[in-house]
Structure formats: structure tokens, C-alpha cells
Write a protein that binds this ligand. Sequence first.
Ligand SMILES: *Cc1c(COP(=O)(O)O)cnc(C)c1O
Length: 459
Amino acid sequence: MKYISTRGQMEPIEFQDAVMTGLAPDGGLLLPESLPKIENRLAEWSELSYQELAFEIISLFVTDIPPADLAELITDSYATFDDEEIAPLVEVGEFHILELFHGPTLAFKDVALQFLGNLFEYILERRGGKLNILGATSGDTGSAAICGVRGKPNINIFIMHPAGRTSPLQEKQMTSVLDDNVFNLALDGTFDDCQNIMKTIFSDVRFKTECSLGTVNSVNWARVLAQTVYYFYAAFRAMEKTGADSVRFSVPTGNFGDILAGYIAQKMGLPICKLILATNENDILSRFFNSGTYGMADVVPTLSPSMDIQVASNFERYLYFKMGQNPEKLVSLMAGFQEKGSLFVELNENGVVDDLFVAGRGDTAATLATIKKYHDLYGYVLDPHTAVGVTVAEKFQSLDVPTVCLATAHPAKFTQAIIDATGEGVRHPALDALADAETRCDSIANDIVAVKDYLIGHI
Ligand SMILES: *Cc1c(COP(=O)(O)O)cnc(C)c1O
């Protein structure tokens, strides 16, 4: 399987190169040349364990790693999860909740970042060389990325977070990792400052090459690929439980990475009849699917910070399919967006962008009400991101087909919101253990030169 760029200006490359490249040189995102169709394998796959299923699916997209090595990479990536099912599906009221928070940092990002960290190391061991990962985080991504590469000899990771602006728990999750290859930088500025510094450094191609800089954000195809697995796994479990022959998924969405994996699974032939896209007040994507217009607005802070995003980095992959896989059309659409800050897609005969999607938003009041409702009625605590997904799923509920709601974080990560909603907090032993943990973190000025000097001094 080879990989191409959504913008059409790159010769097809192999999977391992796609993993190391991240973003295509023409500014596009990478996608497989074609999507394997798997309808006739569904019955057989429904019998597999999570790891076996991951192997079957990922193998279809990875033809440059020997099967035995790939199987080992997958087994290692999920060995740190605390549930033997990896992603268990539990019934709560009318919904099936897919718990994606059983990894080491208690958010769904572990599902892909454990795998990506192992992949990086595998590739570097064979090709030689070092990778220096530079990232900016407002919380969850940083700790999952650090956890995915900690202690790996050929990789250093530098994560900038805005000093004093992430939750104390999220900060502790990052700074308590004391491995020599992990560098936490508390930047004297906002998350946007961290992100801008990162983007400026990456746009300096010479510096980027000299320092072998790499990224872990969700433009990396390997992340999307690892996430398609749980759509299959959950669909099989929901269909077994209910006897239905299709499923709906509700996905709390920020960068469009998670729901894109569902879209890919559907295109491969998994019987998904609806993707319910849920946003918080930062609702650029839900407005798009309802109106056809994708237009920027200001980011407002909410209870679900990992979804406080303006421009969704994976959205270009969806638009590429929407444009009939025509790179020229995609390029002109993106150029218009760059220029005007908005783009428009024609609505279909049903007055929507795409019949597969419905979309809505759950605001702060609705999020708190949903957390309280599921706590009071069913004794089940939803984290605020998951609660946004459940809020929107309720608006579109249909009892004909089972609805799977993706639970993207453990509620203990966001205990203050849970206290606000229900009056009592939630704990998790992994987080309790952080209370007295030793930490290491360097303060740094909000300045590109200071960050560059730090990188040069530590690699
Ligand atoms: C990152 C994140 C999301 C959003 O996922 P995207 O792939 O960016 O759409 C939702 N919930 C949690 C807890 C997250 O960490």
C-alpha cells in the first residue's frame, strides 16, 4: 500500500515514510492510495480479540513491515492497558458507551500514541538516526505523547505547555515522567503562543532537518489508522448484543481525527449508518455539516478543553473525499479558505452536506446536565468530552439501530467538572499516585529563539 498527498504534488510513498513524514511536502495530508474493501471479512473478524483485529486491519495498510514484527508492535502497544478488552463496550441507558480510556494516561489518545511511539522506535532502529519530537499541548496530547515515547533510546520529546494554564493534574501527568529523553517546557504564555512557536519552528525547513524534528499530532496517518480498529471492534460487540445489522456512532470532536477514523471504517465497508458529530461551543464543524459553510470563529474555553479547537487539522482528509478525490478541487478549496477564512460546500438534495453525518453542539450547561443525569439515573460518570457526545446523541436518538457513544477520557481527569455537575468527585489510582510524585520541568520564555536554543542545547 502506498500513500499519496491530498494536494496531489507528491510521488506515492511507503507506510514507514508516511509515518516519518507526518505532513506531505506540498502541505497536504497523507492518505492511502485506495481503501481496502473488507465486507466479506466481517463475520470472520467479529471473532477476533482487539489485538488480533488490529493486526488484520492495520496489515491491509502496512505492506513494508514484516507481519511478525507488526504483530509484536501491536501487542506491545496495548500491553499497558488496564482492561483486557482494551476498549470495552458497556450499556448505559439507551446507549452503548465505548470506553477508550483504559490506556496509561486515561484518554483515547493512548490508543494511537502508544502504537505511534513504538512505530517510531521500530523504524529508527532499522534506519538509524534520531527523532526529536516537538509538540505543544493544552493537556491530553502532551501526556499521551510523552507516555508513548518515554525511555526510548533514539527519541527525545519536547512538549511545551502554557505555564500555569493547564490543569494541575494534567501538568503533573506530564512533568512526573522523569525519563532522560523527556523535556517538559513551561512556557511563559498561552497555548496559542506554544502552538505558534511550534509552527514557526517547523516552517524553518533547514532547522527542522538539522534537528530531525518530528511531530505527534493527529495529522500523522498512523494515528487515524490505529483508531479505525475500535470502530470495528465496537460495531461487532454492539451488533452481537442487539442483533442489529448496522450501528451509529457518536463522536466528541475537536481536530476531526477520531471521527475521520470512523469515516474510513465506513468507507471500507463497516455497516455504520450514521456518524453523529458532537462539538462544544467551538462548533465550526457542526455548523459546517448543517450549513455547508466552514468559517472560523474565536476559540472559547469550555469544560471539554481537548475540543477547544478552531481549525480541525484532519478536516482536509474528509474534504478530499468530498471533492471526489480530486486534488485540484481540494487545493482551490483550501486556497480560498486560506484567503477568506471560510469555505463552502454544496448541499445535497436532502439539504445537508453528507447523509452519513448528523451534527450538533452541547454547550456547558447541557454538558453538566448530561453528566448529572447519567450519574443520577445509572450511576455512570461521563467525562465532559464524552458528555458532549452523549448530549448530541440524545438529540438524534433512534432506537432502531444501536448507538455507540465514544468515551474519550476517564472522568477523574476532569474531576472539577464532575464535582460541579454531581457534587462529588471521581478518583483513579493512577492519578492519586501523582500527588507526591517528583516532577521535572524547565521554565522558558515566550520566545522562538529561546526555544530553539533549548532544543539545540539538549539534542
Ligand atoms: C483529543 C480529544 C478529543 C477530540 O478528538 P479529535 O480527534 O481531536 O476530534 C475528544 N476528547 C478527548 C478527551 C480528547 O483528548
